[in-house]
Design a protein around this ligand. Sequence first.
Ligand SMILES: NC(=O)c1ccc[n+]([C@@H]2O[C@H](COP(=O)([O-])OP(=O)(O)OC[C@H]3O[C@@H](n4cnc5c(N)ncnc54)[C@H](OP(=O)(O)O)[C@@H]3O)[C@@H](O)[C@H]2O)c1
Length: 286
Amino acid sequence: MKTVVITGATSGIGLAAARCLLKKGYRVICLGHNRENCVKAELSLKAEGIGAEVLFFRADLMQQGEVNRVADLLCGYIEKNCEGKLYALINNAGCVRSRYTTTQEGYEQQFALNYLAGFLLTFRLLKFLVRAGGRVIMTGSRSHRGIGVHWKDIMLKDGYNPLTAYKQSKLCGYLFAKALNDRYSQCGLRAYAVDPGLVRTDIGNKQTGTLVNLIWLMRKRHGAEPEVPAETYGFVCEEVSPPAGLCYRDSRECGCGRQVTSKNADALFELSEKLCGIKYPGAGEI
Ligand SMILES: NC(=O)c1ccc[n+]([C@@H]2O[C@H](COP(=O)([O-])OP(=O)(O)OC[C@H]3O[C@@H](n4cnc5c(N)ncnc54)[C@H](OP(=O)(O)O)[C@@H]3O)[C@@H](O)[C@H]2O)c1
């Protein structure tokens, strides 16, 4: 049985992707933030009769200490119960903020959760992914287009604009997928970005101010149900034979923004290693 890890799997797109992959026969390890939401999500999958191969771990992935703590648990579990192989890691957990807020490390929260948590978690699970000839899937967004990385102030502290911070965090996810392919394709690892489109979830209604809350309440009415993008994760896991493309939407390959270049991917990769205090191994060292 193939094992998949999904972050942010207690609600919205992540929960729907977990449901889709469980139905396809995967063992799904879900990561959630809040204990109560984890229990609720697990019970709902079990009540549907598809929860036999699901389990939940809880962690505040915004904090690097928490990413490392849960990664230790995942490594132990995968080694013991999954033959040391991880078929897919879906870095999906995400948030929206309406003002400048930071993590314990002092990193801007959207950058820390939407991008950097996935960078660190992938590092920690890399050997299991390579062993399985696996894939890393970043949840992207069309909003990554038309923006560049603010290299001189990546936390966007000066003149903070929450929408710019969100878009940049999503662009970083595409750059990370590209960097992984540039470095590890030869080991059989492949990375992709999935653009879910506009989806009716509560992401803009969690820990946001009145204005963002209101805008999202109106905007999400036009969104698709989470089950729609969930199919694309199923498609990328089942139907795409590596290498294939980088970006997918509606179960089809699609283009990505002009800033998604190897040069930018390399620069971000190096900066992220410093921000996490880690060094990814070379392709021959895993
Ligand atoms: N909705 C859209 O239209 C849309 C469009 C493009 C991209 N996306 C992306 O899709 C992804 C999923 O978002 P969604 O729309 O499905 O929203 P969602 O329902 O709010 O899902 C977000 C998930 O991330 C988890 N999470 C939040 N803070 C966390 C933390 N500190 N540590 C660990 N997990 C945390 C949430 O858990 P709790 O609920 O327990 O906090 C939840 O499971 C995000 O990356 C988002 O940027 C969404």
